[in-house]
Structure formats: C-alpha cells, structure tokens
Design a protein around this ligand. Structure first.
Ligand code: S3P
Length: 442
C-alpha cells in the first residue's frame, strides 16, 4: 500500500443531512473465513461481494502464499480452487488483521509443515496467548514470543479437547474449531457468552458436523462441538453486508438533523446485532425490512431516521453481541438524554487500540465529556460537540466513529489518519458523501 495513503484526513463541514439508500461492503468476519475455508475445500469455491479491504487482503495474500489457487474476477468476486496447503516461503504477514492471524494459527496448527505468522507493529501489541494456550492443549507445537506475534508453528498431531474459554471470543473459538478439523477426536468449546458464530455456520454449509447446545453447568453458556473432517465441500456464497460497517451509517442517520437513511442487504446475525437493540432501547427510530437469508446468515435492510435518544445501561451478553460497536455507541451516547453506562467491556482495551482510552481522548478533543472506567465508560448527555481535530490512530473503527462525531460538531472537524477506514470499509467517505455528508477526503 502507498504509505502516504495512510495519511488521508477527512474534513467535515457543519450542516450535513443524510438521505437515501446505500449498501455497505461485505462482512469482514465472513470474508476472512471464506478465503481460509475455500482454500482447504475440495473443489472450486465461488465468493461474491467479498470484502476487498486492508485486513481481508492480508488474509487473502497469506492464503495465496500457502498455495491456494485464487482467481480474481474483480475486486470483490473470487474463485478459489482448494486443496492441500503447502509450506510458505516466508513468514506470513497478516498486517493489522487480528482475525486473520488468530484463525489462521488454528488452521495451520493442523498442517504437516511449519509456518510463521506475523503482522504490523499494531498487531504485535495484541495478545496471542488466548489462542496459543488452547492450541497447545490440543497438542499443537506453537509458540508466541512473550504472548505476542510472531507466532511459530511446527507440525504436531492434534487431539480433541474440551475447553472452557475464559472470554467470549469469536476469534478464539474459531481458532480452536479450525484446529479441531485436524484432531483425532471431537473438540468441544464452552463459551461464556454469545460470540459470533460465522465459523460454525460456514463449516456446517461445507459438510462439517458442528453442534451447539446449552451447557447445563454454566450460566448463559453454549457448548460447541466439532467432528474432525479433512474433506470440506466448496463454498458458493454472496457475502452479506457488514453490520459493523452499517453501524456507522445507522448511528449517523439517527444523529444528523433531518436524516432518513436506509442501508440495504445487511447481515443481521443475532450474535452481531446488539447495537440495533441498544439503539432501539435508546429511542432510535429504526425499522428493519426485506428479511431474507444469504450465505447461511439472516440479512435485511435497516432504515434509520433522526431521533431523540435517551441514555441506556449495557453489560453482559449484549456487550459480546456488539463488541466492535462501542466506539460508535460512544458517539451516540453523547447525544442521548441522561446517563449511558457500559460495563463488562474490558475486551475493548485489547482491540486494534485501547478503544476505551483512545475514543475518550479523541472525543474530548471534539468537545465531549466522557468518564472512562476500567471496564467501560459513563457519558451524560446530550452534549453539544464543538469540533476541532482528532486522530484515527490507525484503527478503522476509531477513525469512522470520529468522522460521524465530526458530522454533528457545531464547527465541523478534521479527522487525521483516517485512511485506515479502508481496513474494513473501503469507500466509507464516498458512501457518506453520496448520502449528503459534507465530507471531503484531503
Ligand atoms: C471477530 C471477532 C471479534 C471482533 C473482531 C472480529 C471475528 O473479536 O472484535 O473484529 O471475526 O471472529 P473477539 O472474538 O476476539 O472478541
């Protein structure tokens, strides 16, 4: 990537009004999984509306280096001829992609060749013990320097285990399930909360037995069991729109005066839509229509109109179901009447950045008052954001959330280091501008 591209800033003028119907790019979580699983399937997979963005391109590059035959029809449309993976010539660089490195570590733990997984300086700061520990329990020969990448993997026979995850993480669960394909017996993962289930859905569609059942010993927990299987059927999917990308437009529609915005074809998987329910509880004028199924996932259109919001309290399972949406929820909370309190959200501190600290600091630069807490935050609104300059910190969701905050700032705003938006939402600025946002990339 052109290093200067990372320096793009978004200049926002006051007075936007958002109208119309738009689509968002394909789901990031599903796009990562689709290229990994297509690469090990027997036969040719077809993937449409694939997310061509920084994080997923890193995973695609890694799969190519592992020998997958990838045919690119256009940016978002791929054919992948799967089969046996082969030893890569060099360490695999997953750039900023936490999902890419953690899932791939699970997949590679079961291969007959050694590999090294690495990434950007940002990725090297993110915890990897959460996957190396359970994979070791399965017998994997895997190590991470002090719990951080690079991760080194050597071939080793894997055994089926029963593992209770200490945190509700879709990435950790998926790494274990992918290794479970290569184990000598079924593997069971117990999850303490409703982590996203895209891996389970996709594996089932490829002929793998993955069952989920309530666990009688643990409260609000699920037990997921995978049977080992080396021969997967190919995929033929159109990736649904990413709810986590739609979230920025959804909140913008609720906050920007005189707005009425529809986002089409969005993934409505219930493990992902916690924000939708929270915004409804806050009084958001939201309607969902055109419900359908696509790629084994529920989808629909979301319409959001300018609304008077009130504060809300969020904790427990809802946090897991909206884990990537707290930066944008923070922006919504500044505009809600009364108190918004978030608890049980400590995981936010180990995302691309410490999203509690970074969002609080950057929103303050635009005039917000935010109380940071160890496992969340408290915001009392409504607050008139004034404006100014804020930084994206090479974290896509921070940059996009600040951009939405800038849209409602009295004096407008400049969001620096905003090119990272394209790590998950290529065309973010254009999509917003097409709806009427007074936004200019610079
Ligand atoms: C993801 C899982 C989540 C999420 C990330 C994508 C995935 O991380 O934050 O953006 O695709 O499995 P955790 O599962 O670690 O919470």
């Amino acid at each position: 990537m052109n290093p200067n591209a990372r320096l793009t800033r978004f200049v926002l003028r006051p007075g936007s009004r958002l109208r119309g119907a738009v689509a968002v790019p394909g789901d990031k979580s599903i796009s990562h999984r689709a290229v990994m699983l297509a690469a090990i399937a027997e036969g040719k997979s077809r993937i449409r509306n694939w997310l061509a963005a920084g994080d997923t391109e890193a995973t695609l590059g890694a799969m190519r280096a592992l020998g997958a035959a990838i045919e690119r029809h256009d940016a978002t449309s791929l054919s992948i001829k799967g089969g046996n993976l082969r030893q890569p010539q060099a360490p695999l660089n997953l750039m900023n992609a936490g999902t890419g490195i953690r899932l791939l570590a699970g997949l590679l733990a079961g291969q007959s060749f050694p590999s090294v997984l690495d990434g950007s300086a940002q990725l090297r700061r993110r915890p990897m013990k959460r996957i190396t520990e359970p994979l070791r329990l399965m017998g994997a020969d895997i190590s991470a320097s002090d719990g951080f990448c690079p991760i080194r993997i050597a071939p080793a026979p894997l055994k089926g285990i029963r593992y209770a995850m200490p945190i509700a993480s879709g990435q950790v669960k998926s790494a274990i399930l992918l290794a479970g394909l290569y184990a000598d017996a079924p593997t069971t993962v117990l999850q303490p909360g409703p982590a996203r289930d895209h891996t389970e859905r996709m594996l089932r569609s490829m002929g793998v037995s993955v069952t989920a059942a309530a666990d009688e010993n643990l409260d609000a927990s699920e037990r997921i069991t995978i049977e080992p299987k080396k021969k997967l059927q190919p995929l033929d999917i159109t990736v649904p729109g990413d709810f986590s990308s739609a979230a920025f437009l959804l909140v913008a529609g609720l906050l920007v005066p005189d707005s009425d915005l529809t986002i089409r074809g969005v993934n409505l998987n219930p493990t992902r839509t916690g924000l939708l329910e929270v915004l409804e509880a806050m009084g958001g004028d939201i309607s969902v229509s055109n419900l359908a199924e696509q790629a084994g996932e529920p989808i629909g259109d979301i319409r959001a109109r300018k609304s008077a919001l009130r504060g809300v309290e969020i904790s427990g399972a809802t946090v897991v179901r909206m884990i990537d949406e707290f930066p944008i929820l923070m922006v919504a909370a500044t505009q809600a009447e009364g108190e918004t309190i978030v608890r049980d959200a400590r995981e936010l501190r180990v995302k691309e950045t410490d999203r509690i600290a970074v969002m609080a600091a950057e929103l303050r630069k635009l005039g917000a008052v935010i109380e940071e807490r160890e496992d969340g935050f408290r915001i009392v609104g409504p607050q008139q954001l004034t404006g100014g300059q804020a930084q994206g910190h090479d974290d896509h969701r921070i940059a996009m959330s600040l951009t939405i905050a800038g849209l409602i700032a009295a004096e407008g705003a400049i969001i620096n280091d905003a090119a990272c938006a394209s790590d998950s939402f290529p065309g973010f600025a254009k999509t917003l501008a097409d709806c009427g946002a007074l936004l200019r990339p610079d």
